[in-house]
Structures are given as structure tokens and as C-alpha cells.
Design a protein around this ligand. Structure first.
Ligand code: B12
Ligand code: SF4
Ligand code: SF4
Length: 211
């Protein structure tokens, strides 16, 4: 965890994110950032909304898109919620599956006493749903075999597929592998929300000249 820009050490971190689409997507859709058609609308929206909240609390905000190098948001989040790494790189909750996204972290120079995921886990001895998942469908459904247990996620094979005519299902409803997971099915992103992220993913690959 980096120090605050004043040099003060960080003693508490509040992780901010959303689970599924719901109210989060509705609020975002009505924001100026979504409607102004300029790039990175969700990142700009999160910065505008969270930065003043962090300052008012006497801290500073960091964002998952800051980088590279990127801050390890997934690891930070797994210390505040019961989350485990999954075979497809995303972190998974026993309650809502992989359907969370992280929007910001508020770093504070003072200590807040809250129960941590580690305490909750030792209380309830929760284990990763992936350990008891029959057949691990997330690893079998990707049309271009982008995931494997012993190799990195092949994001370029994924991007080529999603950008092609054959990739319409992934592009319009979201990653098939993520959707194949039986955990947290009630939190699957709405098609509109999923398509927004997939468009951003493909558009960035095109802008970077990767595909
Ligand atoms: C770089 C990045 C990517 C790169 C990954 C490049 C790679 N080599 O694998 C790309 C652009 C491909 C990517 C894509 C996606 N990503 Co991404 N990505 C990040 C980002 C900005 C940084 C990751 C990082 O370097 N961390 C720092 C290092 C130290 O930590 P690490 O644990 O070693 O990080 C590795 C993994 O995070 C992995 N990774 C990142 N994203 C993904 C997605 C998948 C499917 C896999 C297998 C691996 C993977 O790549 C990192 C480097 O090896 C994080 C935000 C953050 N700051 O963490 C989001 C993040 C990890 N991504 C996220 C998501 C949701 C996605 C997408 C599913 C978004 C979408 N389109 O819906 C897509 C996947 C495309 C698909 N098939 O659906 C979420 C994960 C939430 C969760 N439940 O765990 C994060 C936390 C962003 C957020 N705002 O919440 N991503
Ligand atoms: S399908 Fe099974 S192995 Fe894959 S992420 Fe979901 S619970 Fe884990
Ligand atoms: S979006 Fe489609 S092509 Fe990409 S990893 Fe998921 S299932 Fe595979």
C-alpha cells in the first residue's frame, strides 16, 4: 500500500465497487460521462464521484485504471471481502460469483475498526466455490480456449474472437466463460452493461494497434 502524497502512512483502506448491474448501471447511464461520448466514461465518472468523497474524509482515492503499473486491486479487495482467485483470472465470491468490479480505493491516514474478510473467513471457514465446482464449465466453453490452468489468459485470442462475427455472443452479452459459472447467476450483468465493457475492451485493443 503506497503512502499518501503527504507522506503519511495509510492505516485504513475502503474498497468501492459494484456487484451486478442494478442501481449502479442506472446511475452511471444517466451521468454526463456516459452521455458525452468521450473515452473511458466509467473511469472518469468514478474519479469525479469518489475523489471529493475521499478528500472530505481526510484521505485520497486510487483507481484500478491508474497505471501501468497497476495497483493490485483484486488482492486488496480479497482482504476486505471473502473473495478467491478463480481459474479465469477474475476473483470470485461465494455469494455473487465473479460479478463484482472495483471502482476505487479510499486510503485513510487513520484506523477504522471493521471486521475483515480474514476474520469472517475464520469464523465461517468459507472456501472457494471453485474447489467443489463440478466440471469447471468456465474452462471449457471459450470458443478460442483463452483460459488454461497452467498459462496466462490469452487476451489477444479473446479480443480477435470478440471483434469477429463469430464473437457476437461474447460482444453483446459478455464473456461466455464468466456467464457459464453457476455461482451468482442472479448477478449476471445486463446485456447493455456487458456490451459496454466488451466494447471498451475491444476498442482499447484497436487503439493500441493490438488487433
Ligand atoms: C490489465 C487488466 C486487464 C487486461 C489483462 C491483461 C492480461 N495480461 O491478462 C485486459 C485488458 C485484457 C483485461 C480484460 C478484462 N478485465 Co481486467 N483488469 C486489468 C487491470 C487494469 C490491471 C491488472 C493488473 O495488472 N493488476 C496488477 C497486478 C500486480 O496484479 P495481478 O493479480 O498480477 O494482475 C493480473 C490479473 O489481474 C490479470 N487480469 C486482469 N484482468 C483479467 C481478466 C481475465 C479474464 C483474466 C484471466 C486475467 C485478468 O492480468 C494481470 C496481469 O497479469 C485490473 C484493475 C487492477 N488495477 O487490478 C482489471 C481487472 C482485473 N479486470 C477486470 C475485468 C472484469 C476484466 C474484464 C472481464 C472486463 C470486461 N470486458 O467485462 C476483461 C476480460 C475480457 C473478457 N474476456 O471478458 C476486473 C476484475 C474483477 C474481478 N471480479 O476480479 C478488474 C479488477 C477491473 C475492475 N475495475 O474491477 N483486464
Ligand atoms: S465455473 Fe466453477 S471453477 Fe469456474 S469460476 Fe465458477 S465456480 Fe469457479
Ligand atoms: S469473451 Fe469470449 S472469447 Fe473472450 S475469454 Fe470470454 S468466452 Fe473466450
Amino acid at each position: 500500500m503506497p503512502d499518501l502524497s503527504s507522506g503519511q502512512p495509510v492505516l485504513s483502506v475502503i474498497m468501492i465497487g459494484n456487484v451486478g448491474s442494478g442501481d449502479f448501471w442506472d446511475s452511471f447511464k444517466h451521468s454526463g460521462e456516459y452521455l458525452d461520448a468521450v473515452s473511458d466514461p466509467m473511469d472518469r465518472w468514478a474519479k469525479r464521484v469518489v475523489t471529493p468523497i475521499a478528500a472530505k474524509a481526510g484521505g485520497e482515492a486510487l483507481f484500478p485504471s491508474d497505471g501501468p503499473p497497476y495497483h493490485p486491486f483484486q488482492k486488496w479487495a480479497s482482504r476486505s471481502e471473502t473473495l478467491f482467485p478463480s481459474p479465469i483470472g477474475l476473483f470470485i465470491s461465494p455469494d455473487w460469483g465473479t460479478w463484482h468490479a472495483l471502482r476505487a480505493a479510499i486510503l485513510l491516514p487513520f484506523k477504522i475498526e471493521i471486521s475483515t474478510a480474514e476474520q469472517e473467513m475464520s469464523n465461517s471457514s468459507l472456501t472457494s466455490p471453485c474447489l467443489s465446482c463440478e466440471g469447471q464449465p468456465c474452462l471449457k466453453i471459450c470458443p478460442v480456449d483463452a483460459f488454461g490452468v497452467d498459462r496466462d489468459y490469452d487476451y489477444l485470442a479473446c479480443a480477435y474472437h470478440v471483434a469477429s462475427d463469430a464473437g457476437t455472443s461474447c460482444a453483446s452479452k459478455g464473456c461466455l466463460a464468466r456467464r457459464a459459472c453457476p455461482v451468482g447467476q442472479q448477478y449476471v450483468l445486463s446485456s447493455e452493461h456487458a456490451a459496454f465493457h466488451m466494447f471498451a475492451f475491444i476498442n482499447e485493443r484497436k487503439l493500441m494497434g493490438e488487433i
